[in-house]
Write a protein that binds this ligand. Sequence first.
Ligand code: IFM
Length: 459
Amino acid sequence: MTNNAPDTALSRDGFPAGFTWGTSTSSYQIEGARHEDGRVDSIWDTFSARPGRIRDGSSGAIACDHYHRWPGDLDIARALGTNAYRFSIAWPRIFGDGVTANAKGLDFYERLVDGMLERDLQPWPTLYHWDLPQALQDRGGWMARDIVHRFTDYVDAVTRRLGDRVAQWITHNEPWCTAMHGHMDGMHAPGIRDVASALQASHHVLLSHGLAVPVIRANVPGARVGAALSLHPIRPASDSPADTAAAHRHDGLRNRWFLDPLFGKGYPVDVLDAVRDAAPRIEAGDLEAIAVRTDFTGLNYYFPEVIAAAPGEGPLHARVVHREGVERTAFGWEVAPEGMAQLLERIHAQYGPPAIYVTENGSCYDDVVQDGRVHDAQRTSYLVRHLAALRDTIERGVPVAGYFAWSLLDNFEWAEGYTRRFGLTHVDFSTQERILKDSGKWYQAFLGGPAGVSKFPQV
Ligand code: IFM
């Protein structure tokens, strides 16, 4: 299927009235302006500067230059016909010295939010999408308990300033990645490889979420708050009892480690048993704080994992198996729309949040610009099939209230640098030219475009 022949069977009308349609981005991946208006370095500035950590040796110092080009970027989001825009706030723009809120940083996000409101885009800020101020990392970062108070100070400053115009708040993006990529496999900043550190960090991330929610509610009457989790359907490599048990353990750390405490079930006992001495230190009241009531759960869905038993490997004695003969994106991630449906049904059946939003979903392909166009038929097909799976899931009674495509723009893909393109909009990182890809045009046609906007704006 190509953009010229979209799946006409899929119609926006098949989704509930009032559904939230958006795209998603994050600060470090698009903003650039590394030292502008009082921004201080984050752990990603430090990490990117270390040889060998980023595939193409790049960093987010300039990225999409969104800090300066945001009006044009929001015009794209508007022209797509979306009614919401998910972005993240850069902590290092707000707390330069770690003590006093930086007015210029807050001014930037106020302008950005006002720009969204002017374009009928509901702002969906994420408060933490991985760009921790380096100064806080130097004090232990997510491994040190004090971080939860630094986080609530930061959240307090942001929500006091923006709370009169922003109702939806996401505390954390993908706590698994903050904890495990950051502290267990070291693939992400701060690049630590230690199981106990990773689990302690995960506990502090969850606790900071739990303590931030009441701060947001106090500053923003009527706020709707949740966290965005990266979850994966986990499948055993075979029917053997060993693989089945390994898959269950892997699911424990990938999914239940975060879902269970957020929904008042505490940390999964099977994982605590497996990690033994590496289990996090938990103080009285922590689990109650983490289980604070939220208004929605955000699901970031990309791919399922197939797991085999691997005695002696990692704390869980389990290994991810690469299955041959399945469709994959250029990143090697399996394409499995039914996996998203399974996760949504599981979240609904086992945890029952009032609402679920797909806060990220998207695909990476090796796009080519030809005569000013990007014919990314595979990404269009990915998008169509995931939306079809979503529609069917909603028809089965799962309360999904919104979908945010990852991503509005090609951007800095963390350890992969600029080698992985996820955008509905192509970005030429040498000229900053934006080109709406065929997938973006398909999304625009599907959404019907906003009233009065018939054409993609020139950027
Ligand atoms: O780019 C990331 C994003 O920052 C978090 N979720 C997954 C995306 C694709 O890897």
